[in-house]
Write a protein that binds this ligand. Structure first.
Ligand code: HEC
Length: 295
């Protein structure tokens, strides 16, 4: 009579396989905190315990039918720890008499070989591989599991959501904490298109509002060009109400002013101005040489 695999191993394997299946089919659902998942685990473990009790009954029944010698042999085997048994079975050596039973003799070429049965760990691994393959393929075919593009998509969404959340709560840009960064230019350009281009023209070439690409300025309130733009956005123009205090009015929020100012620094200092001949508005105000450009 064979000894049985301990219940703890069954429970461990079941829990492992259940987590594996959930990980593949529902990895984004937060299953670890769902009552359904834990309920399922509980039911599985209870079923295993019931199965184990039935196993105990059958074992007792069979045990009583054994001869005294078989009983001693069985008890000895039963008292060997499970993993030791597994280890022993992996490196089992047959005795000479046992070898005789499993010897295959080719006869014609004189070669003999042992018809060993496969070790338990090998068979276990084989079946695990088969089950894993089936579950993996099903998950891959019918869900988003292991699709890199889908993973990238959800991660990008999460990241964008957290950026929006951050920007909502991020402190308003002020003259004191505004910082220039070249990384902001591209975003600043988009913000300029939606908020400023109606008056200041495409690329800041000027229109209702002055040309922002040339070296002439009407309002010089700060020593640096970058801060001067922030000042204008905060306070608006003191001489012309058409240029409104967009930060104070809540039109420009969060760190957007910083981005727009970086873009204006870029079109004013880093690329050639859009002159009158190129369709830009005529210079207004005085020529300003900024003390320190972007800080
Ligand atoms: C409704 C039209 C309008 C909009 C929209 C507008 N502006 Fe203006 N802006 C003006 C006018 C008009 C002036 C000139 C003010 C003056 O004469 O003092 C001006 C002046 C400025 C100046 C100072 C230029 C100088 O030579 O002194 C800056 C910088 C500026 N605007 C940036 C912006 C930015 C950035 C935005 C978008 C967030 C924006 N403006 C949106 C009309 C506008």
């Amino acid at each position: 009579m064979k000894t049985r695999t301990p219940i703890s191993i069954y429970i461990l394997v079941t829990v492992g396989l259940t987590i594996m299946a959930f990980e593949m089919f529902a990895h984004n659902s937060g299953y670890f905190s769902s009552p359904f998942f834990w309920g399922l685990m509980l039911i599985a473990i209870i079923l295993l315990l019931i199965m184990n009790s039935i196993g105990d009954l059958i074992e007792n029944q069979n045990f009583s039918k054994l001869s005294a010698e078989q009983k001693v042999q069985y008890l000895k085997e039963k008292n060997t720890p499970y993993f030791k048994k597994l280890w022993n079975s992996a490196f089992k050596k047959q005795s000479a008499t046992e070898e005789k039973d499993i010897l295959i003799d080719h006869g014609f070429d004189g070669i003999t070989e042992l018809d060993n049965s496969l070790p338990k760990w090998w068979i276990g691994l084989f079946w695990f591989g088969c089950i894993f393959c089936a579950v993996y393929l099903t998950a891959f075919a019918f869900t988003d599991y292991a699709h890199p593009d889908a993973e990238l998509n959800t991660e990008t969404k999460q990241m964008l959501a957290s950026i929006t959340e951050f920007e909502k709560t991020a402190p308003q840009v002020t003259l004191e904490n505004a910082k220039y960064s070249a990384d902001n230019i591209t975003e600043g350009q988009e913000l300029f298109k939606t908020n400023c281009a109606t008056c200041h023209g495409e690329g800041g070439k000027g229109g209702i509002g002055p040309n922002l690409t040339d070296s002439h300025w009407i309002n010089v309130k700060q020593k640096s060009l970058f801060k001067n733009v922030i000042w204008m956005l905060e306070n608006g123009s003191p001489n012309n109400p058409t240029m409104r205090p967009l930060i104070k009015e809540g039109v420009i929020t969060g760190r957007d002013a910083e981005k727009i100012a970086a873009y204006i620094y870029h079109i004013n200092q880093e690329i050639p101005p859009i002159s009158l001949a190129q369709g830009g508005a005529a210079p207004q105000g005085e020529v300003v040489i900024w003390e320190n450009g972007n800080n």
